[in-house]
Design a protein around this ligand. Structure first.
Ligand SMILES: Nc1nc2c(c(=O)[nH]1)N[C@@H](CN(C=O)c1ccc(C(=O)N[C@@H](CCC(=O)O)C(=O)O)cc1)CN2
Ligand SMILES: NCC(=O)N[C@@H]1O[C@H](COP(=O)([O-])[O-])[C@@H](O)[C@H]1O
Length: 217
């Protein structure tokens, strides 16, 4: 049975590409119906076109307010009737009306070990704080920014000579593993959001979700 998803992007779309690749390789039984970007020049739109996926560019600057943009974005998404909306480097804060509409069926990937470093520029902030560990979180999207229930986290070290660029490469490598894994769990109906808590295989996860280890499949 088809499992329609819509992916929202703003930039390169390497996480989108990871989902496309796993779908094409038969490792992820999803149907990416559309890719929507708030930036017309997002390279992720080219990735989608190459994969034969419908694309939409909705320039947020063309709308009078965040609410008007979100309303158009919601209409665009709803035409595909997705079972899941995946934010993959989507760089707009979404309104409460929008997040409530997709509550429990919208995921985000955030480049930090939440609740540390919500918002932007997470790699540099972790380096500037002299952290020795950093990572990535996959979470359900809530109206409060980067505060939705956490599903999966994966971590990496911050070395002495680390830069935001070298750290981003390490974090990306983890993203391409855990995001498709979370989408796979949702597709297999193993993952749900209940009263603000993540339920996986009937068990309530801890606040920090599951820490990804190599053994998880
Ligand atoms: N209501 C929510 N909206 C969004 C969430 C969320 O959890 N709740 N996740 C973000 C993704 N994100 C971090 O993971 C994030 C995206 C964008 C921003 C931000 O400050 N955006 C600015 C514009 C920044 C820019 O254009 O470079 C803005 O929207 O004014 C912070 C965090 C997606 N939305
Ligand atoms: N706050 C959201 C955020 O910063 N998300 C981050 O944007 C990058 C998108 O890369 P991609 O476009 O190559 O997938 C990813 O590293 C993702 O964690």
């Amino acid at each position: 049975m088809s499992f329609p998803i819509v992916v929202l992007i703003s930039g390169s779309g390497s996480n989108l590409q990871a989902l496309i690749d796993q779908s094409l390789q038969g490792e992820l039984d999803i149907n990416i119906c559309a890719v929507i970007s708030n930036k017309a020049d997002a390279y992720g739109l080219e990735r989608a076109k190459l994969a034969g996926i419908a694309t939409h560019a909705l320039n947020h600057k063309s709308f009078g307010s965040r609410e008007e943009f979100d309303s158009e974005l919601q209409k665009t998404i709803d035409q595909y009737q997705p079972k899941l909306v995946v934010l993959a480097g989507f760089m707009r804060i979404l309104t409460e009306t929008f997040t409530k509409h997709f509550e429990g069926r919208m995921l985000n990937i955030h480049p930090s070990l939440l609740p540390k470093y919500k918002g932007l520029n997470t790699h540099q902030r972790a380096i500037d704080a002299n952290d020795t560990k950093h990572g990535v979180s996959v979470h359900f999207v809530s109206s409060e920014l980067d505060a939705g229930a956490i599903i999966l986290q994966a971590s990496t070290s911050i070395e002495k000579e680390e830069t935001a660029e070298t750290l981003a490469v390490k974090v990306h490598a983890l993203e391409y593993i855990i995001y498709p894994l979370a989408v796979k769990w949702f597709r297999e109906d193993r993952l749900t959001l209940h009263n603000g808590h993540v339920i996986l295989d009937g068990e309530t996860l801890p606040e920090s979700g599951i820490r990804y280890q190599k053994v998880l499949t």
